[in-house]
Every structure is written in structure tokens, then in C-alpha cells.
Unconditional design. Structure first.
Lengths: 275, 267
């Protein structure tokens, strides 16, 4: 494979934009409470105030600074999202690799189990789990991880089925390298590109799922702000103080868009075939 | 007469996926003595690669093979050996060089790391000690600046250089038997000669037995002491190389010999 120097491709630009947006989100997660001008629960006398020098995005129904709550709430939403997707990715990698590499009956059992999860609508499953186990942070993360594991496991399994037949795998076997080492060192690294793309898309979806569940009151309990519950609280005052709704809505779209852009950039740059 | 290094009796191989299992190796017997170079010649589909894979117990992924007969290596039966013990033999006592150097290396690992892994697997060397040995091996197979090249990835090597790396991998633990399955087929003619010379030299220096599999009598000439000619999963003729070239008995052997393009050596 030759690698001629080309002008920046569409994918590289997308990737750069996506990474910049991601950097902003990561900064938010790391330094949110330091950046926020006010505490998330601090009230001021003026409730539902419009934008001003003191409160750039105004205040909500009990006089809390919208911008500060957006920043702190974003941190909560993103931490849930990242943790849940990391768990789903870990489970997906292990199950997909085991399923594809071992094959046979193991493959059949794992994939049918994942199909069962896959067959449930995301929200129905999430609501059922949270209703059964209680709306705690841990349950929310667990639910989302379970819901997105099958997608990631399938994306791992597919290319594993083909890579395990490549010559270098037989060559590794022919010098006595064990099956576990072959799977982890000689197969897994070669299926990582599509997995990265799918992980990014899953992050975008998870932002929506987390905020939607929080909107429905199934998210982390108050007083911790997050974008979903902020939307739910602000909904009734939408006409009086539109920024209280537009703020979190825009933040959700921005975060989700970040991962969509990133996924498309990765897909182009890593040359993953479109699905 | 010394005991043979490898003794194969009545070897059969069926591809079991088909409803009527296809018999691709049909009860062949042969032996290879310690340090001896033996050629296996035959056209594609004659069963020679499957024979080599039977010795290594490597079944093509997705097509299960049923082996029959006996394969004794230093008196030990390989066909019924458990997987862990077989793993100890592969690469340590019997190693293999494959046909296609372009695809037989892991594209995302440096070549040095790929050799380190095998040394660590079989010799218990630390990574650092393994790397020193890796550099010696790369030097041994004629790769210049081996210390720097060890950190390069396969795509930074030409086909011939990659085949040298694969040979370095195969001889890394000084196996008693090296199986070379069409080691030069995917290479340019000029590079072919270099690789064959390299195999000859390593065989002499390391005292290995060599099982050279090819469809090309031109490759066999001057390389091996004895030849088995295979056709349709059976050995149709065998004998010392010189005798076989001088007076082929079987008509298939004569047909194969006639197919070798004559290139007269210069001078």
C-alpha cells in the first residue's frame, strides 16, 4: 500500500472539527465546576431573568444561573455517557471477539443472547430496568451499557470472522503462539477501525438516551443538574424564558453532533466501508 | 542408519465439511532424516501443502480436516498430541515458511515485536534479551541495519525482505525441521534465487532438516538431496534428486520436468 501525500481530505477536516469539539467537551468534564460562574444550586433573587452581564443565559424558575447549570450539568451527562459507553465497549469487545474467534456453539449462544437484548426497544428496556432497580446513577449507567453492548459486539464480531482466516494468523499459530494471544494481539488490533467509528456513533446515541431518560425522571436524582432534567424543569416556562430551554437543547445537539462528526471523520480517514 | 527425524506412515487427509468427505491426501508415507533436505514437487492441488500442514497439525480455518495414519517426530506421534504440547513443538522444533510474505506478517505489529514474541514464547527470554536475539536473527537473514529495521512495520519492507523476516521467525528457535511451503512463488525471479541461497546457508549453519515444497523443479535442483513427486494426493515417484532428474520413471514426473523453462547459466 502506497501512501501518497494528498491535500487534506474531507474526512481529515471532519476529524479535526470533531476532535476540536470533543476537546471542548472534555475540558467541560474536567474543569466544569471551575469554569462555571456560579454554583449549580446557588439561587439569586431574580427568577426567570433574561440574559444580562451577570447571568449570560439568564436564570431559571428558582433563580439559578442557567449557564452554570449547563456547564455543571453537562459534566454529569457526559460522565454518565462516557462511563456507560466504555462499559458497553469493553463488554462488546470481549463478547464480539469471543463469539467471532471461537465460533461454533459459543458464537451461537452469545449472539442469540445479544439478539434478545437487541430486540427490546431501548427505552422500554431502560425504563424496565430503572423501574425495577431504582433510578440511581449506577443503574442508569448499567442499563445504557447493556442496551448498547449488542451493537458493539456485532461490529467487533463481523471483521473478526474474516481476519481470523488471514495468513498471518496461521503463521502465528505455526510458531506455537497460543489461541488467546492470537485473538488479542493478531486479530483484535485489526478490527479496531470499524469499532472506533461505531463507538463514536454510540456516544452520539447515548447522549440522547441519557438526556431523554433524565427528562423522563429516570436519570440521576436531583439536585445534581443534567441537561435532560433541566429541559424537563424549564419546559413549563418556555415562553417566559426561552433560553432555559434553548440552552440545554443546544448543548445536547452540540454534544451529539460532536460524536457524529467524529464518527464520519474516522470513517473516512480509517477507510471503513460504509454500511 | 540413524533414526529418521520425521517418519510419516500412511497419512490421509479428508476435508470433512463436504457431505462426502474429500480425500486430498491418500495414504502417503515418507521420512526425513536429521539435517536432510527433501523436496516435495507437484502441481497445485496435489496434496503437498496439506501434507505439510498435517505435520504442523494446521487445518485451514473454516475447513476442518480429518487426519489419518501416523506422523512421528523423533518417535513422538504428532497427530494425537494434545494442543498445548503441539504448541510447544510448533516454532520450537518444527517451523514453517509460508508462500505469501505479503500477508503472513501481522500488519500492525513491528517485525521485531513479532520475532520477540516467539522467542519469549519458546525460550523464556525477557523482552530485552529477546530483542537482542531478534536483531541477531535479522542480521543472520541478511537485513541491513537490523537494530533500526526491527522497529519497522511489514509495509515498510519489500516482498523479498518480508520473506527474510518470515525466515528469521521460522529459524528463531533453531528448529530441527524447517518446512518451506512454496517459499519463493510469490517473489521476483532474482529475489527467488537470493531466498533459496539464504535457506541453503541457514540449513547448513543451523543443521536443520529442510522440507521444501514447490511446483517448480527448477527450485529443487541443487537444493535438496531427495525428491518426492506428488500427484492427486499420492506420491508417484521418489529418489535422489540427481537420479530423478537424469532418468524420471513416472510419466507425471517427466511432464513436470518438461514444464521447467530452461535458463542456461551465464558463462
Amino acid at each position: 500500500m502506497t501512501e501518497p501525500k494528498r491535500p487534506r481530505s474531507h474526512g481529515q477536516i471532519l476529524l479535526a472539527v470533531g476532535l476540536t469539539m470533543l476537546a471542548l467537551l472534555v475540558l467541560l468534564v474536567l474543569f466544569g465546576p471551575l469554569i462555571a460562574p456560579y454554583g449549580a444550586a446557588k439561587t439569586s433573587p431574580a427568577s426567570l431573568a433574561g440574559p444580562s452581564a451577570a447571568h449570560w443565559l439568564g436564570t431559571d424558575s428558582i433563580g439559578r444561573d442557567v449557564l452554570s447549570r449547563l456547564i455543571v450539568g453537562g459534566r454529569g451527562t457526559l460522565i454518565i455517557t462516557f462511563t456507560a459507553v466504555a462499559a458497553a465497549l469493553a463488554a462488546g469487545l470481549i463478547l464480539g471477539l469471543a463469539s467471532g474467534y471461537i465460533g461454533g456453539r459459543t458464537d451461537l449462544v452469545i449472539m442469540r443472547l445479544l439478539d434478545v437484548i437487541f430486540a427490546f426497544p431501548v427505552f422500554l428496556l431502560a425504563i424496565a430496568v430503572v423501574a425495577a432497580l431504582g433510578p440511581t446513577l449506577r443503574n442508569l449507567i448499567l442499563t445504557i451499557a447493556i442496551v448498547y453492548t449488542p451493537t458493539l459486539a456485532r461490529v467487533v464480531r463481523g471483521p473478526v470472522l474474516s481476519v481470523k482466516r488471514w495468513d498471518h494468523v496461521e503463521a502465528a499459530r505455526s510458531v506455537g503462539i497460543g489461541e488467546f494471544t492470537i485473538a488479542v494481539r493478531h486479530v483484535l488490533p485489526l478490527v479496531i477501525s470499524p469499532v472506533l467509528v461505531q463507538t463514536s456513533l454510540t456516544l452520539a446515541n447515548t447522549i440522547f438516551t441519557v438526556t431523554a431518560l433524565s427528562f423522563l425522571g429516570l436519570g440521576p436524582p436531583p439536585p445534581d443538574p443534567n441537561w435532560g432534567s433541566m429541559l424537563a424543569e424549564a419546559r413549563q416556562f418556555m415562553e417566559l424564558a426561552p433560553l432555559t430551554v434553548i440552552g440545554p437543547a443546544a448543548a445536547i445537539v452540540f454534544a451529539s453532533l460532536t460524536f457524529v462528526v467524529l464518527a464520519n471523520g474516522l470513517r473516512d480517514v480509517l477507510d471503513v466501508a460504509g454500511r | 542408519m540413524t533414526a529418521p527425524l520425521l517418519e510419516v506412515r500412511n497419512l490421509t487427509a479428508h476435508f470433512a465439511r463436504d457431505a462426502a468427505a474429500r480425500r486430498v491426501v491418500d495414504g502417503i508415507s515418507f521420512h526425513i532424516d536429521p539435517g536432510e533436505a527433501v523436496g516435495f514437487v507437484g502441481e497445485s492441488g496435489s496434496g503437498k501443502s496439506v501434507t505439510a500442514r498435517a505435520i504442523m497439525r494446521l487445518a485451514p480455518e473454516g475447513s476442518p480436516v480429518r487426519w489419518g495414519g501416523t506422523v512421528r517426530f523423533r518417535g513422538e506421534e504428532l497427530l494425537t498430541l494434545d494442543a498445548a504440547a503441539m504448541g510447544d513443538i510448533r516454532g520450537r522444533h518444527i517451523a514453517m515458511v509460508f508462500q505469501d510474505p505479503m500477508s503472513s506478517l501481522n500488519p500492525v505489529m513491528s517485525v521485531g515485536a513479532q520475532i520477540d514474541d516467539i522467542l519469549m514464547r519458546h525460550t523464556g527470554l525477557s523482552r530485552r534479551a529477546a530483542r537482542r536475539r531478534t536483531i541477531e536473527l535479522l542480521d543472520l537473514v541478511g537485513i541491513r541495519e537490523p537494530a533500526q529495521r526491527a522497529d519497522d512495520h511489514p509495509h515498510q519492507f519489500s516482498g523479498g525482505m518480508r520473506q527474510r523476516v518470515l525466515i528469521a521467525i521460522a529459524v528463531s528457535c533453531q528448529p530441527a525441521l524447517l518446512i518451506a511451503d512454496e517459499p519463493t512463488t510469490a517473489l521476483d525471479v532474482t529475489v527467488q534465487a537470493q531466498i533459496l541461497r539464504l535457506l541453503m546457508r541457514l540449513r547448513r549453519e543451523l543443521g536443520m532438516a529442510l522440507m521444501l515444497i514447490t511446483h517448480d523443479f527448477g527450485v529443487i535442483a541443487g537444493m535438496v538431496e531427495r525428491v518426492y513427486v506428488m500427484n492427486g494426493g499420492a506420491i508417484v515417484e521418489t529418489g535422489p534428486t540427481d537420479a530423478l532428474f537424469a532418468a524420471p520413471q513416472h510419466e507425471y514426473t517427466r511432464a513436470l520436468l518438461a514444464a521447467v523453462p530452461r535458463i542456461e547459466p551465464g558463462g
